[in-house]
Ligand binder design. Sequence first.
Ligand code: MSP
Length: 523
Amino acid sequence: MPYTLTTPLYYVNDRPHLGSTYTTLACDAIARFQRLNGQAVIFITGCDEHGLKIMRTAEAAGLTPQAHCDAISERYRDLWDRWQISNNRFIRTSDRRHHQVVEQFFARVEASGDVVEGRQQGWYCVACEEFKDDPHESDDPECAIHRRPLEWRDEVNLFFRLSRYQQQIEALVAQEGFIAPASRRREVQNFVAGGLKDFSISRVDLPWGIPVPGHAGHTFYVWFDALLGYLSALLEPGQPVELEALVRQGWPAQLHVIGKDILRFHAVFWPAMLLSAGLELPSTVFGHGFLTREGQKMGKSLGNVLDPELLLERCGRDAVRWYLLRDIPFGDDGDFQQQRFSDLVNNDLANTIGNLLNRTSTMARKWFDGAVPPAGEAALASHPLALAATTAAERYQQAMIRLDFRTAAESVLQLAIGANGFLNDNAPWKRMKTAGDEVRVGEDLYAVLETSRWVGLLLAPLLPDLSSRLLEQLAQAPIDSASDPLASPTPWQQAQRWGGLEPALALPEPVPVMQRLELDGPL
Ligand code: MSP
């Protein structure tokens, strides 16, 4: 069974922002980690292109909705390419075949008796694309998230009979591991305990949507169609649409990674829809936190939105990935602070990890014929750095499985800090002056170079670029994260063997592997 994981499908009402980049980077680290451990991975991302919000945005830009969606979705695709995101699927919900998936899925839901007509009255937030249950009492209620006026709706819609799934959903959300992190479970449980109400799945007079078969004048509610994008994404190029076949090629998903604001859709509505259609449920829905900037919510009106395109150009992939994955506990809210960002990148990556390799390699080349010194006792599994490396790798592996990137990153960093300490304590530059100590100096340098190799290996899922540069400095091939499910142990796992660095291997000219961030002015 492949490991299927998804980002949300991003609305194309605006260009990509840091929030979507954050989710996508995190998923990329998970996908790489799984592949390196021998899993075949289906990593899905894409764009959610229907609904009133997008129709209005296109109108305001003087474009047809399709032309608008084509342009913005291309920007997403291009951005993910430049971030070197390793997704192997990119689904757009305006895709013709997606329409067919939605139609087939709806037919199943209708056949289960879960579609009824009803009258929908309520306050709607176009930005959320959601009815609000309890807007503040006032004549002009506004959305608590977007601070924009809600719109009153009163129309006959088709409803999905969510209420029928009360017990099953209650049991599901109580299940350990379905909603992660565990701290988010309570909120959903309370919502479910309040009693599930049927929800409307169609709109009338909204042309920019998928027509509901057999119900003239209705188009599907954007969320009903969008969630099904996770299934459509499984289609191979040119494959005819057939739900059963899709299920065999990657459904159910192991993991949906989303922001906490859309947890209800994924942990309540979506599983009920799947139950109704007789399809299996995803194993985990992980709701991460929200990013603020210097303590403030990011928004266009505040003019403080962090642009991922600019961030990439000015700071590079490694720096941003490191900061977001190492500093913000995944699942919690996080604050982007520029000073802290550059401090962490410079201290951890340039000074600790980069310099460790640079200075050790310089010494090794100078005193040992430009090559890796003889390993001697440093190759033993009982060497203190061998123990440190294997312990760090173990901790790292466990943390990555829990999606605890922070602990994973810290365990790599601590390994490098330990090796720096070892180098300082043993001071090979002093010892080298004492005749007869060369063997010991060689062993110490070997141990540190070998530790740097482990640092490079362990960084592969988190910082693939820096990982390759570190390994290159040690004359090692970059770690190829293309999955080969047959190899067991995988090349990555095999490489994690203490003593794997070959003595006498010629070392390339040392170059700094990580540029320091010198940011003048706010990003
Ligand atoms: N189109 C829906 C998802 C449909 S999934 C079938 C959607 N799109 S979105 O573009 O508005 O949001 C995408 C993701 O970005 C959501 O997971 C949301 O939580 C996340 N974020 C939006 N702003 C964010 C921050 N400031 N910080 C972190 N994530 C944020 O919702």
